[in-house]
Ligand binder design. Structure first.
Ligand SMILES: Nc1ncnc2c1ncn2[C@@H]1O[C@H](COP(=O)(O)OP(=O)(O)OP(=O)(O)O)[C@@H](O)[C@H]1O
Ligand code: SF4
Ligand SMILES: [Mg+2]
Length: 448
């Protein structure tokens, strides 16, 4: 059952020189209990995507468009696509009109620089190309009103004894939830100017209790002046109405789960080894039994053996607790072992996503090929490592069209002039490249 749907998300950072387009049109779906690995070079936007999902973004972050639908019950999920399609079809003529007008205004000889009309049109095109929940609601107003009426009528019928209306009422409520874009975390926290609210009671009910994060560099996130146990107990008691004894018992269980002896609960962080601190942070993330855990580079600062043990622990816990997991790493061999699916990110975009085995056996994006060639083989045979030429681009002014074209060995003229399409050559496996079908037809790019 789908738990999370990130749709066309755009999270940019305001800096003096302009906008850093850290997450730029990302789509990602996650099912309940599923593990997805998010990989890519340093600076490609992995942490920004994680912070967008948990809505822990810094104050210079703006969400320009998109949705993050966290649908805990999943009842509205089957109805959502029809409403998205309906709203997008209705918005299409407005988008065409705004684009045409923008072109006319832009090409007028007197428009040398930004005029208020030009800015307004740019904003309009942007808003229609990257719809937020409020945009969908605008175009779905008639359906929303009709569904509200239906829910009211059926509720009355049901309450006056017509038990047969129960099913119809449940369906109408779920349709209404889908049409009103219920469950969108961006909708809850985004201010009209794109900045984010730091606090919202609805979001606080989700953050930590439903979605938690093991921060990148988490080992250094513990407060040195309190014992580790006290910090986890306080996390539990901040969010749940439990007494100190019950909270402590839960911490003992969590310690068993992550493999720290229970007699270490009252130690201070400096008395823990690096691996133990990392395990404690994982225990903290699990403390409220969330449905989704995001682990951002959970093992990067550890030696290979400890890292491998912790990865095994994470996987075991994930299976036992049946939670969904997003594991972030710049090292594809780390996530390959544990993830059901892998999403490869480059310069703010997901360029390939698919089942882990398919990413290796039938690679459809040149960047993934480069990434896989740059890491030691997961299955252990020796081969020559090849690094990707060049450096990742600045996200302040990324390359035109395909952002990978300056580094891509397969690049043709079209790659620097036309945005690459998202192509799905087989169900569940997609790539953002002009030549996905060609690469797929030849059996994939990577030869490990
Ligand atoms: N608060 C901020 N203000 C401006 N730019 C930022 C901010 N935070 C991150 N960035 C920029 O956004 C881009 C994405 O950063 P992010 O931390 O998401 O990358 P990452 O993939 O997690 O990298 P790493 O593997 O090094 O952790 C980078 O170019 C980074 O410099
Ligand atoms: S679109 Fe072109 S430049 Fe981009 S990855 Fe594909 S082949 Fe390479
Ligand atoms: Mg990061």
């Amino acid at each position: 059952m789908p738990l999370l749907a990130v749709r066309n998300l755009k999270t940019y950072f305001r800096v003096r020189a302009g906008w850093v387009k850290a997450v730029d049109g990302v789509n990602l779906n996650l099912d309940e209990g599923e593990t997805i690995g998010l990989v890519g070079e340093s600076g490609c936007g992995k942490t920004t995507l994680a912070y967008s999902i948990t809505q822990l973004l810094p104050s210079n972050a703006h969400v320009f468009g998109g949705q993050i639908i966290f649908d805990m019950e999943g009842h509205a999920t089957p109805y959502r696509p029809a409403y998205w399609n309906m709203a997008e079809a209705r918005a299409a003529p407005d988008l065409q009109k705004a684009k045409a007008e923008l072109e006319t205004v832009q090409s007028a000889p007197e428009t040398k620089e930004a005029t208020p009309r030009l800015e307004e049109l740019r904003r309009k095109v942007d808003a229609l190309e990257n719809p937020l929940s409020e945009t969908y609601r605008t175009y779905l107003a008639p359906e929303i009103q009709a569904l509200e009426r239906t829910v009211r009528d059926l509720t009355m019928k049901f309450e006056t004894g017509d038990k047969a209306s129960r099913r119809a009422l449940a369906e109408a409520k779920n349709r209404l939830a889908a049409a009103t874009q219920n469950g969108d975390l961006v909708d809850i926290t985004r201010r009209p100017d794109g900045r984010l609210r730091e606090y919202h009671p609805k979001l606080n009910a989700v953050r930590w209790k439903q979605i938690s994060i093991v921060f990148q560099g988490a080992m250094n996130a513990l407060n040195p002046v309190y014992t580790v146990g006290r910090q986890i107990i306080e996390t539990i008691r901040t969010h749940e109405d439990v007494g100190p004894e019950a909270a402590r018992t839960r911490v003992e269980e969590l310690y068993r789960l992550v493999g720290i002896p229970a007699d270490r609960i009252d130690n201070f962080p400096h008395e823990y080894s690096g691996g133990m601190k990392q395990r404690a942070m994982i225990a903290m993330a699990l403390a409220l039994s969330p449905r989704l855990v995001i682990a951002d580079e959970p093992t990067t600062a550890l030696d290979v053996i400890t890292a491998s043990k912790i990865m095994d622990e994470i996987l075991r816990i994930q299976k036992d607790l049946h939670m969904a997991l997003i594991i972030i790493s710049h090292d594809v061999s780390v996530v390959a072992k544990v993830a059901d699916r892998i999403a490869v990110m480059y310069a703010g975009k997901i360029v390939e996503e698919g089942p882990s085995a398919k990413i290796f056996s039938r690679t459809i994006h040149p960047y993934t090929e480069g990434l896989l060639s740059a890491f030691p083989s997961v299955v252990g045979e020796r081969r020559r490592l090849v690094s990707i030429p060049g450096n990742p681009p600045s996200l302040l002014s990324p390359p035109n069209a395909c952002r990978f074209h300056p580094r891509c060995q397969y690049a043709k003229d079209i790659c620097s002039t036309v945005d690459p399409p998202e192509v799905t050559p087989e169900p569940g496996h997609r790539g953002l490249c002009h030549f996905v079908d060609e690469f797929y037809a030849r059996g994939g790019l990577f030869r490990g």
